[in-house]
Design a protein around this ligand. Structure first.
Ligand code: ADP
Ligand code: ASP
Ligand code: MG
Length: 462
């Protein structure tokens, strides 16, 4: 194909789009129809969870318990491969990956330990097993171009933070230029693994749960793609998670900034960091359903003509609220800097924050509470109070911080509902961004808060 006419498309298919032979064929058809140059896949549905369970089982229980999970994983992948009519080379490749899986689990079982490095290697097998399956399905369709199963570790360079490797952008770009040129110029289709990376020394890493979206965006940036497509199990981004609220409506178009906030504040449809790479180089993103490829889906772009006050809402569970107090903060300086220094030292990210004259309230992931060292350090400069079981509810839109009366409407919406008790708000965050308003509420009340707010700001605003 002529290089100047060729539109370079990176298409990512998530776990539900890779569920079984039928779903993989359906996804391969989309990649063929769209003329994708790079096809990034997640592990088959549920496999990453099973691999994590396998590691825990191998560490804590009898080997026979692990064997059951291994047998299940083997049967799942072998039967999909058979149904897709995989060639002998692919079957051999799959067998060697399955025996690597068993060896790793045995190692964990012997050591009764699952270090992060081993966890990454084990979890990488989900995507390393699903990608040859997609390659087989696509080869059957794409006769005019060679389809290769490409090992993403050749290009997805990360640091050595096993479990959540940080991608090294410049190196990824250089490596993509070197190893993926054929995809860029339209001479071949590359099927590759999401979620998986490698350090400079070649050790396998992962990008964190849900990281395949991020991989696809990094590859799109790395090869200078014209379009990134995220194919999932819902027809694009909706005004809120359709599982939470039956009134959720599809969004046709949304800006990078709004979509990024939505992802960061908990919408599982996109991994939180997905949009950073494509936003850097302005590559448009399409989000659609592999089950309904002709549905309109969502376009994520730099600009959107329609700029509603509230476009969407997100929910982020498992939050803890830390209230950090010191009388020394009164008329003093440097406290916040020391405080943030401690969060940085312990690599803990703060999600929402408010401050008063003598105290600071921050929300963090609940799992942070197990970080004894952080708390020891914090207690040297302030008193620390903790609350668990909270969720962050966010309204995402435009001009949020410049709209008079918005806070009042929000509070009225969540408190005045017929026959239902008002929802107590533990903390609010407003003013820092024109794109969001956050509330912290008890997790058991969060779904209700979303439903009420959705009714007021989306359903009744239509
Ligand atoms: P994949 O396996 O394709 O990566 P995910 O399960 O990670 O898919 O993400 C898709 C899911 O995200 C949907 O099934 C839906 O429940 C959830 N979701 C959360 N927020 C939204 C939203 N605003 N719009 C659409 N889906 C959402
Ligand atoms: N398979 C990985 C996970 O389940 C990555 C992904 O699917 O995005 O977290
Ligand atoms: Mg996902």
């Amino acid at each position: 194909m002529n290089q100047t006419q060729h539109k370079v498309i990176v298409s990512k298919f998530g776990g539900s789009s890779m569920k079984d032979a039928q779903a993989i064929r359906r996804s391969a058809n989309i990649a063929k129809e769209k003329n994708s140059s790079v096809v990034v896949v997640s592990a088959t549905y549920g496999t990453t969870n099973q691999l994590i369970e396998l590691a825990q089982t191998a560490r804590l229980k009898e080997w026979s318990e692990s064997e059951k999970i291994i047998t299940d994983l083997k049967e799942k992948h072998r039967s999909i491969a058979k149904e897709l009519g995989a060639d002998p080379d692919t079957l051999d490749h799959i067998e060697s990956l399955l025996s690597e899986l068993e060896t790793l689990a045995k190692g964990i079982n012997y050591l009764k330990d699952a270090p992060k490095k081993a966890m990454d290697r084990l979890q990488s097998l989900g995507e390393r097993l699903s990608s040859p399956l997609m390659t087989v399905a696509l080869r059957e369709l794409a006769n005019d171009k060679p389809v290769s199963n490409f090992d993403v570790r050749q290009v997805m360079r990360t640091n050595d933070d096993f479990g959540k490797g940080i991608p090294q952008i410049e190196e990824i770009r250089a490596l993509c230029g070197k190893h993926m040129l054929a995809a860029k110029i339209g001479d071949g289709v590359f099927v590759t693994q999401g979620f998986v990376g490698a350090t400079k020394e070649g050790e396998t890493t992962t990008l964190g749960r849900g990281g395949s979206d991020y991989s696809a965006a990094l590859l799109a940036e790395g090869i200078g793609a014209d379009l990134l497509e995220i194919w999932t199990d819902v027809a694009g981004i909706a005004t809120t998670d359709p599982r939470l609220c039956s009134g959720a409506l599809p969004i046709g178009e949304i800006t990078f900034q709004e979509a990024a906030e939505l992802a960061i504040f908990g919408a599982k449809i996109l991994h939180p960091t997905t949009l950073a790479p494509v936003q850097r180089v302005s590559i448009p993103v399409f989000v659609g359903s592999s089950y309904e490829p002709d549905a309109p889906g969502t376009w994520i772009k730099a600009q959107s003509e329609h700029q509603p006050l509230v476009r969407a809402m997100a929910l982020r569970k498992d939050q803890a609220l830390l209230t950090l107090t010191t009388p020394k903060m009164l008329n003093n300086f440097g406290f916040l800097s020391r405080l943030f220094g401690l969060f940085e030292k312990h690599k803990v990210s703060i999600d929402a924050i408010t401050t008063s004259e003598i105290s600071v309230a921050v929300t963090v992931e609940e799992e942070t509470l197990s970080n004894q060292e952080l708390f020891k350090d914090l207690e040297t400069i302030c008193t620390v109070q903790m609350e668990k079981g909270l969720s962050l509810v966010s309204l995402i839109g435009n001009n949020i911080n410049h709209t008079a009366g918005l806070a009042q409407r929000i509070f009225t919406s969540i408190s005045n509902q017929e026959n239902e008790p008002p929802i107590n708000v533990r903390m609010i965050c407003l003013g820092a961004s024109r794109h969001n308003f956050c509330l912290v509420v008890k997790t058991e009340e969060a779904g209700g808060a979303i439903k009420r707010l959705h009714k007021t700001f989306i359903e009744e605003a239509q």
